[in-house]
Design a protein around this ligand. Structure first.
Ligand code: EGV
Length: 383
């Protein structure tokens, strides 16, 4: 007999992820849950020494070193050094909240990439901002309409995007920044998945500063390393941004933990020393593993063929993603249905699931096998 599952109610993607937190087959959230590498385990073993170091040293110095190592690992060599230009937060969502509260003091609307992770639209709407969707294809392929730029105080782009993995090229970023400068619109980037894709590691800060536009970038250590939610979100801004970011940041926090900053520095130094390449290789292997386990299932497709981020979208054909989600959930496997990524038109995501790849290979293989059986048992409409 089937186990009776309680009715679920999940109002956003994170609540879907919360349902998965205690499952041994959690392919839902995009946080890193794979094993530490040997080099990373060594850093973790040295945490007590880092604690002692953090007690002794000035926090500004530690913060600067952590930022230099992290931004350097990601090719962001021109990131600003001046005080207050790179603010550390407990998480990138907190950085997002600070940005949203800052924006709403001087504008009422934001043009936001579509689809993207739903806490971005939810945070922006939460402070009262009106959102205008910008289709991913449009943002990447064409200039934005002047009509749109006249209506908004900010253009917000996630690159690489979550869940699609799509990366904005240097040429497109250059043009978008020019357009934002022309219309005096703030260009905001969320680059939380940058570490997974070398194409996203050209020096964005040179491009942004070269354009003269007002800009904000949210960077994140949180998706890369299995550090048990110990992470930093950075809120970086142009000198001319003219938003009360520092004030609002200070309303909410005095600072982040120097212990976590030291840990981030060490992980980033290891990343620059080959760890990041190793991580990219691991994700590529994990992606290949999942694709292989699902090979030959009728009426499915991997949507983002060239994606390199730590998540993978699966089109479930004529099936409904929520039906597949329920079917695998009864076997304790959790994945993420994609409707809510499509924050302006949820229907567009109703036949897609997102699978997390920052997991151990054994978890991915078992999960993919459960998913395979469920897909085969629910063939959808046969053509
Ligand atoms: C992903 C969830 C929230 C976010 C998960 C995520 N954070 N809601 N503050 O980190 O792709 O699974 O981005």
């Amino acid at each position: 007999m089937n186990r009776i599952l309680p009715t679920v109610s999940a109002e956003n993607l994170t609540q879907f992820e919360t349902l998965a937190l205690n499952s041994s087959m959690n392919l839902a959230d995009g946080h890193a849950r794979q094993q530490l590498t040997a080099a990373q385990a060594k850093i973790v073993a040295e945490l007590p020494d880092m604690w002692a170091e953090a007690v002794l040293r000035p926090v500004a110095e530690i913060e600067q070193e952590a930022a230099d190592s992290f931004f350097g690992m990601l090719g962001q060599h021109s990131h600003p050094f001046a005080a207050g230009r790179t603010l550390s937060c407990y998480s990138s969502s907190l950085a997002m909240e600070i940005l949203a509260r800052s924006l709403v003091t001087s504008s009422d609307a934001v043009a936001l990439i579509h689809p993207t992770f739903d806490n971005i639209p939810d945070i922006l709407r939460g402070v009262g901002l009106r959102l205008i969707p910008v289709e991913e294809e449009q943002a990447h392929d064409d200039d934005l309409p002047a009509e749109l730029l006249r209506q908004v105080g900010c253009v917000f782009v996630t690159t690489p995007n979550n869940p699609t993995g799509r990366v904005m090229t240097e040429a497109r970023l250059t043009r978008l920044a020019e357009q934002c400068a022309e219309h005096d619109v703030v260009l905001a980037l969320d680059t939380s998945f940058r570490g997974f894709d070398p194409d996203a590691q050209f020096d964005h800060y040179t491009v942004l500063d070269g354009s003269g536009c007002r800009w904000v970038v949210i960077e994140d250590t949180g998706k890369l390393w299995p550090t048990l939610e110990l992470k930093i979100g950075w809120l970086v801004r142009s000198a001319n941004v003219d938003l009360p970011i520092e004030k609002i940041h200070s309303d909410i926090l005095l600072g982040t933990s120097p212990l976590i900053l030291l840990m981030v520095k060490r992980f980033a130094d290891d990343g620059a020393d080959g760890g990041l390449t190793e991580l990219q290789r691991t994700i590529a292997e994990n992606r290949a593993l999942v694709r292989a386990e699902l090979a030959g299932v009728p009426d499915i497709a991997f949507v983002d063929e060239h994606a390199r981020t730590s998540v993978e979208r699966l089109h479930v054909g004529s099936r409904l993603a929520l039906d597949v989600w329920s079917a695998v959930r009864s076997h304790n496997l959790y994945v993420l249905p994609c409707q809510k990524f499509h924050w302006a038109r949820p229907d567009e995501g109703e036949r897609m699931l997102r699978l997390a790849l920052s997991r151990n290979p054994s978890t991915l293989v078992t999960g993919a096998q459960v998913l395979r059986s469920a897909l085969l048992a629910a063939p959808g409409l046969q053509s």
